[in-house]
Design a protein around this ligand. Structure first.
Ligand SMILES: Cc1ncc(COP(=O)(O)O)c(C=O)c1O
Length: 368
């Protein structure tokens, strides 16, 4: 069993509806979606229109089509942003613990990557300001809604401070809002990009959680000149978006399938979150400590210090259970007493089986 670190359950994805939408698009629009896009007029326009409507209605983002760049997932969005923004030697700040594919990308482009600590209120903006005072920071990468991996939401005062700092210092603020929709007890918090009067935010979104990760469909919202640069670079990698897919996903939005799926998914994941919380408290109460996450698809748990978390993971693997330990969310990869446990992909029975293996695998505690 692979215990995921927070991915959706593909078994509930709207696969049938997607299949029907592909069929309809190929029947009705083959002449445009199967051609090079330069021979027709903005064939990706219907999908862009749907995304713009969604971003406006659910996230208070008011944008125009040429501020929206379609990508193959948010990872490609991050790549395009980084490639257009960062030069070798630039200093880029990232959250720590954080999302290592972003840090890996910045390093690959020759940036110096500086970790900024995350606490219960999100990234420590004072530490970012102090770093910038020492040496100019080109960009900061953040996941403010459900911080990856700790799940905390950036507090209101930190949001203000971060926006103010980035606007004043002209630090590009890369906002990765990878699982915006999954918020359980209250309404989702609006993106930083929705209050970005200084236009410093590059906003990255994805349909990996909304529909399915295997689709590889994401987008970036950026000021027009920057979006144009990204489009030009994108064309060097991949001549055009997947127009068949773009058409099919636009149809899923148009016939209400995506909002319907999201309502259902939110209900299911909310119940699974509560179920896993109860299970972990009952079976691993003295071993794992966690706050119930307001959103996202995973728990961030602190492991009781006498337990060697890497040893625990090794023993679990021998029992057929793989889970992610804290080390992979830190730049230095040194062991840390945390685990990130997804609650979306496993149903209640599977959660019980996985937790039973976790319990069996607990290593004998080191003597003090
Ligand atoms: C922080 C973060 N960003 C982005 C993604 C998704 O990437 P993509 O849209 O490329 O599937 C994930 C997936 O787990 C993630 O955790």
């Amino acid at each position: 069993v692979q215990w995921d670190f927070g991915v959706p359950d593909i078994r509930i994805a709207p696969a049938r509806a997607l299949g029907r939408a592909y069929g309809r698009v190929l029947r009705r629009h083959a002449a445009t979606v199967l051609a090079y896009d330069r021979y027709s007029d903005a064939p990706e326009a219907p999908l862009k229109a749907e995304l713009i409507a969604m971003l406006s209605m659910n996230r208070s983002l008011a944008i125009e089509p040429d501020e929206l760049v379609l990508t193959r997932g948010s990872q490609m969005g991050l790549y395009l942003i980084a490639r257009c923004l960062i030069r070798a030697g630039d200093l880029v700040a990232v959250e720590e613990p954080g999302y290592s594919p972003a840090a890996d990308l910045f390093r690959r482009l020759g940036a110096r990557v500086a970790p900024i600590a995350v606490d219960g209120a999100g990234i420590q903006v004072d530490a970012l300001a102090a770093l910038h005072a020492e040496r100019p920071v080109r960009a900061v990468f953040v996941t403010p809604h459900h911080q990856f991996p700790t799940t905390v939401t950036l507090s209101a005062s930190r949001r203000l401070a971060l926006m103010e700092l980035c606007a004043r210092a002209r630090i590009a603020l890369i906002e990765d809002d990878f699982d915006h929709e999954f918020h359980y007890d209250a309404r989702p918090v609006l993106p930083l990009a929705s209050v970005d009067s200084a236009r410093v935010v590059l906003y990255v979104g994805s349909l990996s959680k909304v529909v399915a990760p295997g689709l590889r469909l994401g987008y970036v919202v950026a000021p027009k000149p920057f979006a144009r640069q990204m489009e030009a670079l994108r064309r060097l990698i991949d001549i055009q978006p997947d127009l068949v897919q773009a058409g099919a996903v636009a149809e899923l939005f148009q016939d209400g399938e995506i909002p319907r799926h999201l309502r259902r998914a939110r209900r299911i994941y909310g119940a699974r979150r509560d179920h896993l919380a109860a299970l972990l408290r009952a079976r691993l109460g003295g071993v794992l400590e966690f706050e119930l996450p307001a959103g996202g698809l995973a728990f961030w748990c602190e492991v009781d210090p006498p337990i060697d978390v890497e040893e625990w993971a090794k023993r679990a693997q021998a029992l057929g259970l793989v889970f992610r330990t804290g080390r992979r969310f830190y730049l230095d990869q040194r062991p840390r007493p945390f685990v990130r446990l997804g609650f979306g992909r496993l149903d209640e029975r599977e959660q019980a089986q996985a937790v039973a293996r976790l319990v069996r695998a607990i290593p004998r505690q080191r003597s003090a």
